[in-house]
Structures are given as structure tokens and as C-alpha cells.
Design a protein around this ligand. Structure first.
Ligand code: ISJ
Length: 363
């Protein structure tokens, strides 16, 4: 510590000076991003301004450069918002998500695209797919798996009937709270509303604290929060966004059974995404119903040393798709190693569809 006392006024003057510099630099950056948009338009009149692989690279670079005191994720979140605002100058990204407003899926959409994106709630997962397919929005966001409750089957099934591509992924830490409204009699809670997935994630806590309350499953946590507004003996389990949206009070915080409870969401779209350097590929494969089918399918991955991150089996709904496997692995389809595996798998499978190669989630 130096002996010279530090004066508050001096520090504030320094902060004002720095803010001026930051302001100037952000504006300069925004000008650059605008010029990029013009260059893209000159090359192709239907150019897509948003480039997920480039955004992932920008965020990864910031995280690698960061020396603190802010932690790298916090810093990347700030840059996420700067990029989002820069992009919105030219063309805000339009994103459909599994609604209603206040769901974790909306939170995931804003985490991935930033607050300047225009996010539109849809009533069902299929509707998100349809809006994207129809070109009414640029991207869609749907939940795909939770660390406690497992896969969201409906999302996987919808891929089987769709030509949509996976353009990205985002993982969100899920914190649930027990919420009441100003009319709720806290000592008389006899009914709790939530989404079935959330009940699953808070089962032990509920058994310990509200063993006798009726658990009523509803279509979303936000819907649960809304219902509580009208019933004096009810509570809801939902996240922060829903609590804020409906002005509810948290009477118990972070009631999920597992502290690392998180959900992975997929960004769906109509584009093929170029390599970002750290990518994942998702495929759906149908194998003929014969002994050793799964082994035959996985053997090329093992031989080429490709890292599988997930494998799910779904019952086939047509004759052709006997066994259907959803497989995620590290690497991009344009990498020779990955291309070779995909070729081998194509020969062994009765059907193979690459759902997409996309940047691994950064935030
Ligand atoms: C500026 C670009 O376009 C968009 C804006 C970006 C940014 O602000 O850094 C990054 C990728 C694109 O979503 C670009 O492609 O470089």
C-alpha cells in the first residue's frame, strides 16, 4: 500500500475519464460492425449478418485475454451485450422460443443472443420449429436435456420430421424458487404449480418441506407463476424471470435438489454454420434391427478418436427407422476426421442425417 491517501474525487474523475474512453471505443466498434454488414451486403444481397461461429470466436478470445479482476464469464457477458447491440444496429436477430414469456427458454435465448435480440414466445416446441422453417424468424430456441431429469423427448422427436438445422447450443444453470403472491396465505399453501420437469428437479425438497401439498403439473413455469396470482392457497415453482414478470415473492430460494442443475438448449435455424475451432456435431442415425448394430455404429468414432458427448435412443415411428440414435460429438463436419467417420457411418446405417455442426456453447 502506498502512503499517499487516495481521494474519492480523484477516483471518480478517473472513472469518468475511462467511461469516456470506453464509450468512444464501443462506438468505434459499432461503426466497424456496421461496415462489416455493408461488405456482407455487397457480396450477397441476402447476406445473413449474424455469424454464430464468429461470435463464439470473439467471446472465446475475450475470455482468454481477460486478466481480471472481473471473471472471464462476466467479461464475456458484457461483450455478448455489446455484440448484440452492434448487430441490432443493422438488423436485430428475431428468435422464437418455447414460451410463454418468463420461461427458462427465454432466459436461454437472451443469454445466447443478448438483450437486443427480438424474442417471440411460442406455445409449443413444434411451433418454434415451424416458425423457423417458414422463415418468420431467424432462429429458434428449444430445451433438449436437463442434467437431473434427462432428455426432452419431444424436441428430439420433432427433429425426425423436420429439415431444420442445429446452429448452436447454450447451457443454463437452472435455479428454482418457491413463489407466492401478495394474496397467498403462506402458512396455508396446499397446492403447488409447476412444469413436470421442475417437479422432477425439486422432488426431494418438496418431499421434505411440502409432503402434503398437491403438486399440479402445468405447461410451463411461467404459467405456474401466473396461476398463483389468483389463488390464496397456492404457490409455484419457477425461476427468476417468471418471478419478476408476475411480481411474486420468493419464500424459498434455489430449491433444486442438485446444485449443478442445468439445462442445455439448442439454437435451431436454416443455415449451415462454418467452423469456429471448437465445434460439435449432432446427427440422427437409423440402424437396421440386427445384432451388433450399436457396436457397428460406434466403432468408427472409437477408431478415429472422436469424442462422443451424448447418445440417445428413441423409438422409431416409421418402418425405415428401426433404431434411432441421436448422437452428439466433438468436431465439425468439415474436418477431415469427422467427414471420414460420417462417410463410414453412412455406409453402415439405413439412414443418416447431420442435424448440424455448430460452435460449442461459450457462456
Ligand atoms: C461484425 C460481424 O457481424 C456480426 C457482429 C459481430 C460482432 O459484433 O463482433 C460478430 C459476428 C456477427 O454476428 C462479423 O461478421 O464480423
Amino acid at each position: 500500500m502506498s502512503d499517499t491517501p487516495i481521494h474519492l474525487d480523484d477516483l471518480r474523475q478517473r472513472i469518468d475519464q475511462l467511461d469516456g474512453d470506453i464509450l468512444r471505443l464501443i462506438s468505434e466498434r459499432a461503426n466497424c460492425a456496421q461496415q462489416v454488414a455493408h461488405v456482407k451486403l455487397a457480396q450477397d444481397k441476402d447476406a445473413v449478418f449474424y455469424r454464430p461461429e464468429r461470435e463464439a470466436q470473439v467471446l472465446r478470445r475475450i475470455m482468454a485475454l481477460n486478466k481480471g479482476p472481473l471473471d472471464s464469464e462476466e467479461m464475456a457477458r458484457l461483450f455478448r451485450e455489446i455484440m448484440s447491440a452492434c448487430l441490432a444496429l443493422e438488423q436485430p436477430v428475431k428468435v422464437a422460443y418455447l414460451g410463454p414469456e418468463g420461461t427458462f427458454t427465454q432466459q436461454a435465448a437472451l443469454k445466447h443472443f443478448g438483450e437486443s435480440a427480438v424474442s417471440l414466445p411460442m406455445a409449443a416446441i413444434d411451433e418454434v420449429f415451424r416458425e423457423v422453417e417458414a422463415g418468420a424468424v431467424n432462429y429458434g430456441v428449444v430445451p433438449v436435456e436437463n442434467s437431473t431429469e434427462g432428455v426432452v423427448n419431444h424436441t428430439l422427436d420433432t427433429f425426425m420430421d423436420s429439415s431444420i438445422k442445429i446452429c448452436g447450443e447454450v447451457v443454463l444453470r437452472i435455479h428454482h424458487h418457491l413463489l407466492i403472491s401478495e394474496t397467498t396465505r403462506q402458512d396455508k399453501v396446499s397446492r403447488i404449480y409447476s412444469h413436470p420437469q421442475s417437479f422432477g428437479q425439486c422432488r426431494k425438497w418438496l418431499d421434505a418441506h411440502y409432503p402434503h401439498a398437491e403438486r399440479v403439473p402445468v405447461s410451463s413455469n411461467a404459467e405456474a407463476a401466473k396461476l398463483v396470482k389468483t389463488e390464496w392457497h397456492s404457490a409455484a415453482i419457477a425461476g427468476d424471470m417468471a418471478a419478476k414478470l408476475y411480481g411474486l415473492e420468493r419464500i424459498a430460494d434455489k430449491i433444486e435438489d442438485r446444485p449443478d442443475n442445468s439445462t442445455r438448449f439448442l439454437i435451431i435455424g436454416n443455415q449451415d454454420i462454418p467452423m469456429s475451432g471448437e465445434d460439435k456435431t449432432s446427427i440422427v442415425v437409423a440402424m437396421r434391427n440386427q445384432p451388433g448394430a450399436l457396436h457397428d455404429l460406434l466403432e468408427p468414432f472409437h477408431r478415429h478418436k472422436i469424442d462422443l458427448t451424448r447418445i440417445e435412443t428413441r423409438p422409431s415411428r416409421t418402418g425405415v427407422w428401426n433404431y434411432v440414435f441421436f448422437i452428439d460429438f466433438k468436431g465439425h463436419r468439415d474436418e477431415p476426421q469427422v467427414a471420414a467417420v460420417l462417410e463410414e457411418v453412412r455406409l453402415r446405417a439405413s439412414e443418416l442425417r447431420v442435424l448440424g455442426s455448430y460452435p460449442q456453447g461459450v457462456l
